[in-house]
Design a protein around this ligand. Structure first.
Ligand SMILES: Cc1cc2nc3c(=O)[nH]c(=O)nc-3n(C[C@H](O)[C@H](O)[C@H](O)COP(=O)(O)OP(=O)(O)OC[C@H]3O[C@@H](n4cnc5c(N)ncnc54)[C@H](O)[C@@H]3O)c2cc1C
Length: 429
């Protein structure tokens, strides 16, 4: 049995805690926010409008169910998704997807899912240090320095430290300064985002079983995504550049009213006004891409989830990959008889390739969604037609595989590359 300290009790950290506690390890989680299971807790970060909705695809669902979490309880945190709707000049083009492994992706209420994970972690007697922030990590001593809200400092020592503390990871920072030849690259997307929420999605004409995409007709100005969540509301991620008009820094109500009329013109004026008011009041959030050359240090420290490979949500895979990381980590511990050093080395070997492929695809999708590219729809139609006509040589629709299977990301990337070659040939012909 190992004593394991997990920094970050978000999605990846809490799922890791459940798996590891089940395997008999002594698990301690340090989380800077409050306890999500407490009423009125400070668990949801008021500044991060990311807290509202995420889509969980089949690889994420599998990782959660394999931890013994009930399918029924998971499904209560979300709505099944059967397709995507792209808004172009006020009209929706709907693309239905066919399930391949008998599971539907879920449009999740992030807070409800976080609570579910915390409930299971509590059942497995995981010890949480809520409202404690990790300040530093000693990679050799395998200890973390944490600070409570009252300023009290303490050291926690373990056999393994897991950094599940998100895109701005303190554990990764310690690896950057404490490891030789640790390479790290951080870049920001041209767009940031704000999340807006409207109640009564059905009354506004939104189907709860579709994911909505906006901005394909915006000349690269704007990319948006929306999904309903189980309380019946719909959350919109509005991605805009930081400067110009319209932009995240536009406080001119007329400019932004024009923006909402143009892209959400089918909504009633009262709903657009509500969106405008929320937009003006909310702070913006950055979209960041983080690449690290390794995810581990000896058998002492491991990075998972966004701490290892944060990216923008244009592929909707950050959480899914984070949850899959956990599943892979536990499988490798099992494979190596719980020996930490070989399991962690294997983790970097397997997951770095997958993380690079996932991030490359997310960036490519960002380019497609944030550039004027109506050919996108023709390309999709062409792909489906070609696969139907020549199923043995022409690869299937990548989006279906992405949402409905757990095919490794590097294989999906190969499919995408093959389709691009075929597509170019098709265009030349
Ligand atoms: C707008 C938006 C939409 C998205 N939509 C999707 C989607 O549809 N599907 C999808 O798969 N992914 C989506 N993502 C990505 C997804 O949110 C992340 O990939 C996912 O949250 C990563 O989980 P994590 O547990 O690794 O990190 P996080 O969720 O960031 O959790 C990190 C935890 O660590 C804690 N923490 C941080 N620093 C410290 C510290 N120093 N000490 C103690 N605790 C600390 C934080 O409070 C937090 O609880 C989206 C992201 C954004 C921004």
């Amino acid at each position: 049995m190992h004593k394991i300290i997990i920094v970050g009790g978000g999605l990846a950290g809490s799922l890791s805690a459940i798996y590891l506690a089940q395997r008999g390890h002594d698990v301690h989680v340090v989380e800077k926010r409050g306890d999500p299971l407490q009423e009125n807790s400070a668990s949801a970060d008021p500044l991060s409008s990311r807290a509202i909705g995420v889509s969980m695809t089949v690889r994420g669902i599998k990782a959660v169910l394999a931890a013994g979490i009930s399918k029924q309880e998971l499904e209560q945190c979300g709505e099944p998704i059967v397709g995507m709707a792209f808004s172009v000049r006020g009209q929706y083009k709907v693309r239905e997807l066919t399930p391949l492994e008998g599971l539907f992706p879920l449009s999740l209420d992030r807070t409800a899912f976080q609570r579910l994970l915390n409930k299971y972690a509590a059942m497995h007697k995981v010890k949480y240090y809520f409202e404690h922030k990790c300040l530093d990590v000693d990679l050799e001593q395998k200890s973390v320095l944490i600070q409570g809200q009252d300023g009290t400092l303490q050291h926690l020592h373990g056999d393994l430290i897991i950094g599940a503390d998100g895109a701005h990871s303190a554990v990764r920072r310690a690896m950057q300064s404490g490891m030789r030849r640790f390479e790290f690259r951080q870049s920001f997307f041209r767009h940031g985002y704000k999340t807006l929420v409207l109640p009564n999605a059905a009354e506004l004409g939104f189907r709860k079983d579709l994911l909505y995409f906006f901005g394909m007709d915006s000349q690269g100005q704007f990319a948006g995504r929306a999904a309903t969540i189980p309380d019946g509301s719909i959350s919109f991620a509005i991605c805009l550049p930081y400067s110009g008009a319209p932009s995240l820094s536009s406080h001119n109500r007329d400019v932004m009213a024009g923006f909402f009329s143009r892209y959400f013109g089918s909504l009633p004026p009262a709903s657009r006004l509500e969106m405008l008011n929320q937009f003006i009041a909310l702070p913006s959030n950055d979209l960041i891409n983080v690449r690290s050359s390794t995810f581990h240090y000896k058998g002492n420290v491991l990075l998972i989830g966004d701490a290892a490979h944060a990216t923008a949500p244009f592929l909707g895979q950050g959480m899914n990959m984070a949850l899959e990381d956990v599943y892979v980590m536990v499988s490798l511990l099992e494979k190596h008889g719980e020996a930490l050093a070989p399991a962690l080395a294997d983790f970097t070997r397997q997951r770095k390739v997958q993380a690079d492929a996932m991030q490359d695809m997310a960036i490519a999708n960002y380019e497609a969604l944030s550039n004027p590219n109506l050919i996108f729809f023709l390309q999709t139609r062409y792909t489906r037609y070609m696969h139907k006509k020549f199923p043995r040589v022409y690869p299937p629709d990548m989006a279906e595989k992405l949402y409905f299977t757990s095919v490794p990301y590097d294989q999906l990337q190969q499919i995408q590359k093959k389709q691009n070659v075929w597509y170019k040939l098709g265009r030349v012909n």
